[in-house]
Design a protein around this ligand. Structure first.
Ligand SMILES: [Zn+2]
Length: 336
């Protein structure tokens, strides 16, 4: 089996790790890659905070077509599945499989293969944590494989039409009808399947305007969606409703439900726990406070970046291929 790391190093494409899936120590930040790619080279420098990745979706599909899925048992009925894109949780049981998030469409066959090894029950339900393609691109194929799809209403609304992610200069086309959630909700929804209670809880204006996290009561597992990028600066997708203060509130809502035994699955990065999520919250609040002060004293976004408000945090939170400090500062500034 070729590991993700081996594949990315071998292919020299580690820079496309935007959403953290290559945050495992490779080189080649995205700006270098853009400089060597003719169609990606901008005529003028992008505005502050932009990490241009206009070909990102194709890159992720390429990775996903070859990447196998790594499966980690969380509880007897709950599994973490890692491939290309956001982390997936699968719950098994007598009601059939419940999936949280769908990754890239090109990886669906690998995902179905991995699911087949968990038990013989069919795939029944798919929950999307938010609209981003690295969490929803597999929706249509998984729907055809049997999944009824549930999401916050804004996930359906955004999937229905083309979207633009300014942080990467990335255009995302509208999803096909088969990819659209069949059931939506606004603030909360509860499932009662596989001898558990699964609460789906909206975190308004956080990473996007469509985020939810999923709390498995009996399993004591929480999938945070992209409220949490474990060990790295997160993307705040300000172009589709994300804000730093909403991120912090969302993280607080997760922390309020977690205890020391809770297994907390981030949207990106390794499996974590309450203590690691608290550590991340401290970083978010620290950066928000510092950037807010700079903005309040009249600094422009360029001046705020130049002030390096994250300098003492960067060694711990900057990961290759993930959101870089200048980008994070710009996104926080913009959303305050
Ligand atoms: Zn996302």
């Amino acid at each position: 089996m070729v590991s993700r790391r081996d594949f990315l190093v071998r292919s020299g494409m580690a820079g496309a790790a935007w959403l953290g899936h290559t945050a495992m120590g490779q080189a080649a930040p995205s700006t270098q890659q853009a400089a060597t790619s003719p169609q990606a080279a901008p005529a003028t420098p992008p505005p502050p905070g932009v990490q241009p990745e206009p070909d990102l979706l194709q890159k992720l599909e390429t990775y996903a077509s070859t990447e196998t899925i790594r499966t980690t048992k969380l509880r007897d009925t709950l599994f973490l599945l890692e491939g290309v894109g956001g982390n997936i949780v699968c719950q098994i049981g007598p009601d059939g499989k419940l999936l949280i998030d769908a990754q890239m469409a090109a990886g669906t066959q690998h995902l179905l293969d991995a699911l087949g090894k968990l038990d013989a029950q069919p795939l029944k339900l798919l929950v999307n944590t938010h609209w981003h393609p690295d969490h929803t691109d597999g929706n249509a194929a998984l729907h055809l494989a049997g999944a009824f799809i549930i999401a916050q209403i804004n996930t359906r609304v955004r999937l229905q039409s083309p979207q633009y992610m300014a942080a990467y200069e990335l255009h995302v086309p509208a999803a096909p009808d088969a990819a659209l959630p069949q059931e939506t909700f606004d603030e909360t929804s509860t499932l009662w399947v596989n001898n558990d209670q699964e609460d789906l809880i909206h975190a308004p204006y956080a990473h996007t305007d469509s985020d939810i996290f999923v709390h498995f009561h009996n399993g004591n597992v929480i999938h945070t969606g992209d409220l949490w990028f474990n060990g790295m600066y997160p993307l705040i997708d300000t172009s589709t409703g994300g804000t730093i203060n909403g991120m912090i509130k969302g993280v607080d809502a997760v922390l309020a439900l977690a205890d020391e035994q809770t297994k907390v699955v981030p949207g990106h990065g390794p499996l974590g726990d309450k203590a690691a999520l608290q550590n991340y919250r401290t970083m978010l609040v620290t950066v928000a406070d510092r950037v807010e002060k700079l903005k309040a004293q009249g600094d422009t976004v360029e001046q705020a970046i130049a002030a390096k408000p994250t300098a003492d945090l960067d060694a711990a939170w900057t990961k290759p291929g993930a959101i870089q400090p200048n980008t994070f500062v710009a996104l926080v500034y913009e959303s305050l």
